[in-house]
Write a protein that binds this ligand. Structure first.
Ligand code: C5P
Length: 403
């Protein structure tokens, strides 16, 4: 999603500046063109040489800004060139300057000389972050359409405080930047509640053993990120999954469940408030009929396990769907993946379905990438070539807008 994209990364002076190196390195390796601007204070923490090496391009500082040998002013060149900007770390000082439209260095001049969307990743000591004037500035800047915020998170800070003010990690910054590049910074889901299910449910027959499937929940995480980045309020009902995947979802309400029955209950209870419902979970089709409260000794495990069907959650949600709601399912298939998906779209009374081949390299369970054909109840079809799951999530929301 970053190949060939033009990104200006502004770095203001805080210890979290060292973390932006990881962001810049990943962007450059992903094929983005990156230009770094360091404030004077940023250079107390990291050097222009670090950024120039990672960007494969000279880094920009105020020293260069004031030199008379440019054909055009640097802030104009950079401002016109940028498709998106990231300011990370954002200090209290630079935040205040942005709020008041001040322009006293190359970074703040470039902001004013550009019109692209800007992602802000604040980082500072907890007391600084919690000052009412800083909070006021933060709310003010987020109310301005071109600015998007990510974090700060909470945790141990470099000043040994435990609290809010940590710059979020590159795993959270990069998807957000990627979303902004996809949408051009549009927040087209503001005011919408998006309810998403993901992961593979586990149907236990004793406290440790279960029937399950290899779904990682990554598709649902990508959907939750994409929806949140576009301004939606997002609830993610998820089966057990790797905590690091969920750690990138600080702005999403997370509802952990284990079994299909629990997922059913959670989805039903959140259904009335939801506008768009995306059922990306790999729900077990069957569960063991008997549940043993204690772990069964190996010798007592039965040779055959009686199974019973679990309710079809999405089909049940469809029976209570309001006219303004949109219900989207997934159909993970091997072989001919379109015919069964079309049949499920009708039988389950969905508005759209994602026909998802899981026997192709580079797609489906556990992969960061996916491919699909979107089908709508009105007969629309959209083929999605292999792409990242985040990109696919955005294509899906673009498609749902047309329903
Ligand atoms: O498993 P199947 O291929 O029928 O799944 C298609 C869609 O139905 C998916 O969106 C899945 O999340 C949903 N589903 C469900 N409840 C089930 C089985 C599947 O909601 N018990």
């Amino acid at each position: 999603m970053f190949q060939g994209r033009r990104i200006v990364v502004g770095i203001s002076g805080g210890i979290a500046a060292y973390k932006v190196c990881e962001v810049v390195s990943t962007l450059a390796k992903a094929g983005a063109e990156v230009r770094a601007i360091l404030t004077d204070a940023a250079q107390e923490f990291i050097t222009p040489l670090t950024l120039a090496t990672l960007c494969r391009h000279a880094a920009y500082t105020d020293a260069g800004f004031w030199q008379p040998n440019h054909s055009r002013p640097q802030h104009i060149e950079l401002g016109e060139w940028a498709e998106a900007m990231l300011i990370a770390p954002l200090t209290a000082n630079t935040l205040a300057k942005l709020v008041y439209g001040m322009a006293d260095n190359l970074l703040t001049n470039t902001v004013l000389a550009s019109t692209c969307p800007i992602l802000l990743a604040p980082a500072m000591n907890t007391d600084m972050w919690e000052q009412s004037v800083v909070q006021h500035n933060w709310q003010q800047i987020l109310a301005t359409p071109r600015y998007h915020g990510v974090g700060p998170g909470a945790g141990i800070l470099a000043c040994d405080r435990v609290g809010a003010g940590r710059m979020v990690e590159s795993e959270e910054i990069l998807p957000h930047l990627s979303s902004i590049l996809h949408t051009g910074g549009k927040r087209d889901l503001v005011g919408k509640q998006v309810l998403i299910s993901t992961g593979g449910t586990r149907e236990h027959f004793d406290p440790v053993r279960y029937l399950g499937n290899p779904a990682s929940g990554r598709m649902g995480v990508a959907l939750a990120q994409a929806a949140a980045h576009r301004g939606a309020q997002v609830t993610l009902v998820h089966a057990p999954m790797e905590p690091y995947l969920l750690a990138t979802l600080s702005a999403v309400q997370q509802v952990p469940i284990v079994s299909a029955a629990e997922m059913h209950q959670a989805m039903r209870s959140h259904l009335p408030q939801a506008d768009w419902i995306v059922m990306a979970a790999a729900v077990a089709d069957v569960r063991p009929q008997t549940y043993w409260q204690e772990k069964l000794p190996k010798r007592d495990i039965p040779d055959t396990l009686a199974l019973t069907a679990v309710p079809d959650i999405v089909a049940d949600l469809a029976t209570d769907k309001q006219p303004h709601q949109r219900l989207i399912g997934f159909a993970a298939q091997t072989g001919d993946f379109v015919t069964p998906a079309r049949e499920k779209l009708q039988r389950k009374q969905l508005d759209a379905i994602v026909a998802n081949p899981i026997d192709q390299p580079d797609s489906g369970f556990g992969s960061d990438r996916n491919q699909a054909i979107f089908l709508s109840a009105q007969g629309q079809q959209r083929d999605i070539a292999p792409c990242s799951k985040l990109q696919m999530a955005h294509y899906l929301f673009d498609f749902v807008h047309t329903l």
